[in-house]
Design a protein around this ligand. Structure first.
Ligand code: GBH
Length: 453
């Protein structure tokens, strides 16, 4: 059963939808410059125009209203507010988000604002980005400016979206901007600075307004028990989910390395054994700042792995069967993952409120001859995941909201516009929006508060 005030929402991110990349004084981000590099993005797509939400946001809000969304999670482009990352504020950037926020509130939709969803200021990249020991202060200053500008009306803020991704895919040999290939020493340092930036931002924002609800939206590799009735399977899945080192150098996608410092005030012990030597000096003292109390834990959850316990309680992988369901970008469909992610998050971190800040799937949706967009696979996907979510809540998980990714088809990073994640179709040549069948389906779910699942 979903609570009466459950936040049914949808999410987007600035660079993926806004366009207006070079307008009104916005500075360059690493995604602007990365997209200018030949061959980096599928079909040489860029976010220069994207869904043009910079100009069409009123239309977007009207669609949200039509769908009955209670909340909208969007991100702020750091370089619209501070073109150089620090220093001079660009009033036109603030004006844009003020107009969007006011439009949302006028339509009864609660804004959830992500401060950073990967579009890092290029000027700060030239100063070493998260390697620079001053980088946490740069971010805290930006957060303070956002709190001052928007905190009278926006009450829900999220500091970071998926630090695993922008460090892992950006600096650990992945295909995201700036696509560098650092060693683990640098990566651990950057991760530490990102979490310190989070803590400093929380403190700075609370100084401005003391009634803000502040959270964090990580992701990670999640594991679920093959047999949900078996306590041994459950424990194996839980332990695997929060394991950090597997003896190798890959802390990248782990959950605990990125959440324990923030919610428990310490790094996980298994990880420390491998990585302590790479942490910057004074890291123990930083943990006090990093673990500032926050109000909710976000989770971006797309899928997980099934595991089971062997005869001696050891971890056994469950091989996916031939023909295992997958989405348009080949991600597996594993609805159980959302249930166990919720239950495990509360098991480790206490009864902290959880928001699923992203969940959804890519399709290769088309406009049919009848002019509509039929996406039965997405309806099935959402239906399965939301049923599992509802079960998690019945089993005691403290889940307060769910944001479908994404409201609109949008710029899917290095995959460009190939993958369509929206419940609303975007016809890029014209910019027209068409609510997909899944959008209307979600509308009914929201109207019944999940009773019809
Ligand atoms: C999100 O990334 C982004 O926040 C969003 O901007 C993007 O558009 C959306 O999802 C769709 O891609 O178990 O090691 O394989 C999510 C990306 C989440 C993919 C974690 C890999 C598991 C890592 N990722 N996931 S692993």
């Amino acid at each position: 059963m979903f609570s009466k005030d459950f936040v049914w929402g949808a999410a987007t991110a600035a660079y993926q939808i806004e366009g207006g990349a070079y307008e009104d004084g916005k500075g360059l981000s690493i995604w602007d410059t990365f997209c200018q590099r030949p061959g980096k993005i599928q079909a040489s797509d860029t976010g220069d125009v994207a869904c043009d939400s910079y100009h069409r946001f009123k239309e977007d809000v009207a669609i949200m209203k039509e769908l009955g969304l209670k909340g909208y999670r969007f991100s702020i482009a750091w370089t619209r507010i501070l073109p150089n990352g620090t220093g001079e504020v660009n009033q036109k950037g603030i004006d844009y988000y003020n107009a969007l926020i006011d439009e949302l509130l006028a339509n009864g939709i609660e804004p959830f604002v992500t401060l950073f969803h990967w579009d890092y200021p290029n000027e700060l990249f030239y100063k070493g980005a998260w390697l620079n020991a001053e980088s946490p202060d740069w971010f805290a200053e930006y957060a303070r400016i956002c709190a001052k500008a928007f905190g009278d009306r926006v009450k829900n803020f999220i500091t970071f979206n998926e630090p695993q991704c922008f460090i892992g895919n950006g600096f650990d040999g992945g295909g995201h901007a700036p696509s560098l290939n650092f060693g683990v020493r640098e990566l651990i340092r950057m991760a530490h600075h990102v979490m310190l930036a989070h803590g400093k931002a929380v403190m700075a924002m609370r100084e401005v307004y003391d009634d803000l609800k502040i959270g964090y939206a990580p992701t990670g590799s999640f594991f679920y028990p093959q047999n949900p009735e078996s306590q041994a399977d459950i424990d194996v899945a839980y332990n695997k989910t929060f394991e950090t080192g597997d003896g190798g150098d890959s802390f990248g996608w782990t959950v605990a390395w990125w959440l324990d410092p923030i919610l428990l005030g310490k790094y996980p012990e298994d990880g420390l054994k491998i990585y302590e030597k790479y942490l910057p000096q004074g890291w123990q003292d930083d943990l006090k700042i990093i673990s500032q109390p926050i109000d909710f834990c976000g989770q971006n959850l797309y899928n997980g792995y099934g595991v089971r316990a062997g005869d001696n309680g050891e971890l056994c992988w469950v091989k996916r069967y031939v023909g295992f369901p997958h989405t348009g970008n080949m991600w597996p469909v594993t609805p159980e993952a959302i249930k166990w992610c919720a239950l495990f998050t509360n098991r480790r971190y206490g009864n902290i409120p959880i928001y699923f800040t992203e969940n959804g799937m890519a399709g290769s949706d088309v406009i049919s001859l009848d002019g509509k967009v039929h996406d039965p696979n997405r309806i099935d996907f959402l239906h399965r995941y939301l049923k599992e979510l509802s079960e998690a809540i019945d089993m005691g998980a403290n889940v307060k909201g769910y944001f479908q990714w994404s409201l609109l088809d949008n710029f899917e990073w290095s995959n460009g516009y190939r993958d369509r994640f929206g419940i609303v179709y975007v016809d890029y040549p014209t910019g027209n929006r068409i609510i997909k069948d899944s959008g209307y389906w979600y509308k009914d779910v929201i109207a019944s508060n999940g009773e019809n699942l």
